[in-house]
Every structure is written in C-alpha cells, then in structure tokens.
Design a protein around this ligand. Structure first.
Ligand code: GDP
Ligand code: GDP
Length: 436
C-alpha cells in the first residue's frame, strides 16, 4: 500500500512549489530526457529514508466536464478525502484570508486528519506569521519556506509519523510470485488483457470490493510460473456511478507501479503515444521499475499502418529505448507468449546479481576505451565500482572530481554496461561517490 498525502490550499500559497520539492526525482539523468512528461499533480515522494508515499496536489486542476480532465478534478478532490494526511497550506506573508477559513471549514467537516502548514516564512517574523493563523484554533502549525527548502525535513517527519503502519501488507507478499502491473490509459485494453489471461471465471471470483485507490492483486498461474497481477482497471464493477474516475485512477496506477516488479505499459496501436502515456512512463522511470511496452489492438492495423505506428513509437519512446516492445491483440490473444518472454527477460535483467570484481573490471574497460573530457581544466578520474543493488541494477562508482562528469559520459557508461551485461527492459542506475 502506498500511503497518500494531499496538498490543499487556495491558489498561490506555494502548493506546486512544495509538490516539486517533495517529488522531484534526484535522478536528474532520468528526467533530462526529451519525451518524458512530468505529472504536475500526482507524484511519489521518495526523498526520505523511510517508505515512499503518493502525493496529490489538488490545486490548479482545470476542468469539470465529463471528459478525462473533469474526471481528474473530481478524482483529486476525492483523493483528498481519502488521504491518510491532508496538508493544509497557507501563505505566511499574506496572512489568513476568507478563502483559507472556508477551506478550513471544509476540512473540519471532512473529518480527515490534517496539518496546518504556513508557507513563505522566509524573510518574515515566523512568530508573527504563525500568530495570524492562531485564530484558526489549529494546533501545531508548521512554518516552512518551500522555495528555500526550509522546514521540509520537519514536514517529512510529521508525514512519516502520521502514515499508517504497513507491516502486515508487506508480510503478505508471496516472494515466489512475480508481481506484474498492467497499466495504461482508459480503453487501451487492460481489462480485456487481464480477463484473457485469467479466464472469465477467475475474474468473477476475484471481484472483491476495493476503494477507488486500492489496486487489486490477483494470482495467475501460467505455463508453470506464478504471478500476481496488480490490477488497475481489469475488474469491472457493476453499476459504478463514476466509471471514468473508477477506470482511470492515477493513485491506483502509482500504487501498482510501486508494488510491481515488472510494469507492462499498454499503448493503443491506433492512437500512438499520447501525453498521458508519456506521463505514465515517467512514473515507471521514477520508480526504477522493469518495463515492457505492449502495443495493443495490433489486429486492427493494416500493414501500412503497422509500419507507420512502429516508426512513430521509435521516435516517441526513444527515452525508454531499452524497453522491449511487443505487439499484441488482447482481444484475440495473440502475442502473449512473446509478451511473457519479454517480461521474463526484463525481470532477469532487473534482478541480475553482480560481483564487485566484474563491475570494477567493466568500469576499467569502459574508462580505458574512452576517458572523461576536460571540464574547466579538470578531468574526472574513475577508480573502481561495486554493485549497489537490484531492481533496478545500480552501480556505485568511486573516483575523484566526479562533479565534472558530463551527462554524456554517464550515458556512455550506462550504454556500455547495458551492452556488456545484455540488460534489457530495466532502468540502470549509477551513483557517483567522491574518493575511495
Ligand atoms: P500554488 O498556486 O499554491 O501551487 O502556488 P505556487 O507553488 O505556484 O507558488 C506561488 C508563488 O509563491 C510562486 O511565485 C512561488 O515562487 C512563490 N513561493 C512558493 N513558496 C514560497 C516560499 O517558501 N517563499 C516565497 N517567498 N515564495 C514562495
Ligand atoms: P481498459 O479501459 O484499458 O480496461 O480497456 P478495455 O479492456 O475495456 O478495452 C476497451 C475497448 O477496446 C473494448 O471495446 C475492447 O473490446 C477493445 N479492445 C481491447 N483489446 C483489443 C484488441 O486487441 N483489439 C481490438 N480491436 N480491440 C480491443
């Protein structure tokens, strides 16, 4: 379970600044790439040592209609009411306003746990800023300055302390089963695929009620292998009032990505890669998950369309060019053997074990073949490397003047390691540490 924290407050108090401070990935390499779209309203905070949590910024989401934009607005509000903790953000420079009081009343009616966070306390008298909100009668208001990264650690402590325990859920994970998430936009064919894999009976049997934010886990045994499908939309609930919201829950998607070992992102062959697809792929990258791209509805495409689609995907998916792409028809059940073969290759790459000596040897060969360029009179020197973990494979490189290593050289190292170890379907991470 990925706990959920919601940011609530009137416009301009600094919600999106705080959202960015909490969710911005420290892995700049990942997000420097053209084609990745960042989600402005939903993210996962992984900055603390402790467990990650999902963050939703309920502000500034436009649209009220019956379309997807409208659905996400309603969803954000619903998400706030479903959150484990609401952070009520106010502006410490402007002081309390009428709109703040209205939001406060709404929060109190909701009965949800919330904390008052007084932002923009840089360059002002913190006590005076807090005093202005004393009339709200909310205890323990926390002063921060989001744009200066001030108070963020205290805020994270508060968040961590108020999130529910997880021990039970983690104990229930069956280590023999590979956890797969099938994700993608509404109508891309997720339910059709999951239903085909499970068979109708199983689906009905597994139709357990969940809240709008719980992804549902279903066991699948196939060709002698055991899987758990982390399902985001596969199970239809009869008589759903708000099917658009139900069918496209970003929180569910984030949670499915977080809890899976391999993410299968479905793309509609007829529609190509939309911004939403790129955003979902961005979340998979952030989480460092193994990835297979399934191009669905391949049956409906003419030969000419197929070649056009492939060329388009090459271009639009260049930021995940290491991910295998499999064409399938969920409706007819074709391509599924290839899909599972790719899933297994991705999983094998993501969990490959490395020794320090082989990793150091690889670094030496890469370094001898091509040395880092001189940057402002300095050259980085790479000394040795050791494995830093799996899922994704992580390599820790030690050396000197590593700050001068250009992104291009980091990419060179990544590609070198990918090739040498035939790593497909998984992100690869490097961490650079100064000294021995
Ligand atoms: P939102 O509408 O609540 O999402 O607010 P934004 O995050 O867009 O911030 C509104 C404005 O306040 C921007 O100009 C920010 O740069 C500024 N801002 C945000 N946090 C701080 C802060 O801690 N101190 C100061 N001085 N300005 C801030
Ligand atoms: P979900 O919202 O992602 O779960 O999508 P659904 O599984 O509900 O599928 C949406 C529509 O696409 C349905 O009408 C399906 O019959 C159709 N569909 C799904 N997979 C395929 C496929 O492989 N080929 C074709 N032609 N249609 C498909």
């Amino acid at each position: 379970m990925l706990p959920l924290v919601a940011l609530v407050g009137r416009p301009n108090v600094g919600k999106s600044t705080l959202f960015n401070a909490l969710t911005r990935t420290r892995d700049a390499l990942v997000h420097d790439q053209p084609g990745v779209t960042r989600d402005r309203h939903y993210g996962v905070c992984r900055l603390i040592e402790g467990r990650p949590f999902a963050l939703v910024d309920t502000g500034g989401i436009e649209g009220e209609g019956e379309d997807l934009a409208g659905a996400t607005t309603r969803q954000a509000r619903a998400a706030a009411l479903d959150a484990d903790l609401i952070l009520f953000i106010v502006d410490g420079r402007e002081g309390a306003s009428g709109l703040d009081a209205e939001i406060l009343a709404w929060l109190r009616r909701s009965g949800r746990a919330f904390r008052l966070v007084v932002n923009k306390t840089d360059g002002v008298d913190v006590h005076a800023a807090l005093a202005d909100f004393a009339r709200f009668g909310v205890e323990d208001a926390l002063p921060i300055a989001a744009s200066h990264q001030r108070g963020i650690d205290d805020l994270l402590d508060i968040v961590e302390a108020s999130l529910p325990e997880t021990a039970d859920a983690e104990e229930n994970v069956d280590l023999d089963r590979m956890r797969l998430a099938f994700i993608g936009r509404p109508n891309v064919g997720k339910s059709t695929l999951v239903n085909r894999l499970l068979g109708e009976e199983r689906v009905i049997a597994s139709d357990v009620p969940g809240t709008t934010r719980d992804a549902i886990a279903i066991d699948l045994d196939r060709d002698g292998r055991k899987y758990t499908l982390v399902d985001t939309a596969g199970i239809r609930k009869k008589g759903r009032v708000d099917e658009v919201v139900e069918k496209f829950s970003i929180i569910k998607t984030l949670q499915a990505i977080e809890t899976c070992q391999v993410a299968v992102v479905l793309i509609d062959a007829g529609e190509g890669v939309t911004e939403q697809d790129a955003t979902v792929l961005g979340h998979v990258l952030d989480a460092g998950r193994a990835l297979v791209v399934a191009v669905n509805k391949w049956d409906g495409q003419s030969e000419y369309q197929r070649s056009q689609t492939m060329a388009l995907l090459d271009r639009k998916l260049s930021f995940v060019d290491w991910a295998e792409r499999v064409t399938i028809s969920a409706k007819h059940g074709s391509g599924l053997r290839e899909l599972f073969a790719a899933i297994h290759r991705a999983h094998a790459s993501a969990t490959r074990k490395f020794t320090t000596s082989e990793v150091t040897r690889a670094l030496e060969i890469a370094y001898e073949a091509f040395q880092p360029p001189v940057v402002r009179g300095h050259v980085a020197k790479l000394r040795f490397a050791h494995p830093g973990g799996e899922n994704p494979p992580t390599f820790i490189v030690h050396g000197t003047r590593l700050k001068t290593l250009p992104v291009s050289y980091k990419r060179y190292l990544e590609n070198f390691f990918r090739k040498r170890y035939k790593l497909v379907g998984t992100p690869v991470k490097f961490e650079f540490r100064e000294g021995d």
